[in-house]
Design a protein around this ligand. Structure first.
Ligand SMILES: [Zn+2]
Length: 200
């Protein structure tokens, strides 16, 4: 039985380890890459190595960064008294794209999901509570997804933050039920931000 040369098989195997890339897509990508100029693959390989070496999490907000602090936390123009809490780093990019929010972020890196073994201890919740205690934070905006898990996380967070004088608000439900923040369009997101209300 004929098959691809060994080096190509290895490339397919490595590519298929990536999320949402099955063997078929991996084969298609490998097929494309081996037929291009070597420079294309070299640049791709270099970008992979450089990004995986230099990207880490910001010490303060846990967004992606190349230093101890991300560019948002390092920006002195931002309002440090408002924190927007999101599930994933990609949500920061979605809110930034809207271009209206001038506070800082806090990335949880997940949602509370007992069924998937995600307990609150696996999220950056203690860090958030500590942040509100050690910095002058007037408002924490909970921008977790409009899903059952996102709601449960918001309730848990509101309880964890309660009683330390910080105003805790939740995005208005302009985001469709079951909707994840990263897929919301800018106008919906902007409305949800404007219409946020205090969590009781
Ligand atoms: Zn940061």
């Amino acid at each position: 039985m004929y098959t691809f040369p060994l080096s190509m098989q290895k490339l397919i195997r490595e590519l298929s380890k990536l999320p949402s890339i099955g063997e078929k897509t991996a084969t298609r990508l490998a097929y494309y890459l081996v037929q291009q100029e070597p420079a294309i693959s070299r640049e791709l390989a270099e970008a992979l190595v450089v990004a995986s070496k230099s990207v880490r999490l910001c010490n303060e907000c846990f967004f992606f960064s190349e230093g101890e602090k991300c560019t948002i936390c390092a920006d002195v123009q931002r309002d440090r008294a408002i924190l927007c809490v999101v599930e994933k780093p990609v949500d920061v990019v979605a809110i930034e794209r809207m271009g209206e929010f001038r506070g800082l972020y806090h990335v949880l890196h997940g949602v509370w999901s007992p069924l998937r073994g995600m307990g609150p201890e696996k999220l950056k919740i203690d860090d958030l509570v500590l942040r509100t205690k050690t910095h002058e934070v007037k408002e924490v905006i909970l921008a977790t997804s409009a899903t059952v898990e996102g709601d449960a996380t918001a309730i848990y967070l509101a309880r964890s933050l309660g009683g330390n004088g910080t105003r805790v608000t939740r995005l208005a439900q302009g985001i469709p039920k079951g909707g994840e923040l990263e897929y919301a369009d800018d106008i919906t997101l902007s409305r949800a931000m404007m219409g946020r209300s205090v969590v009781e």
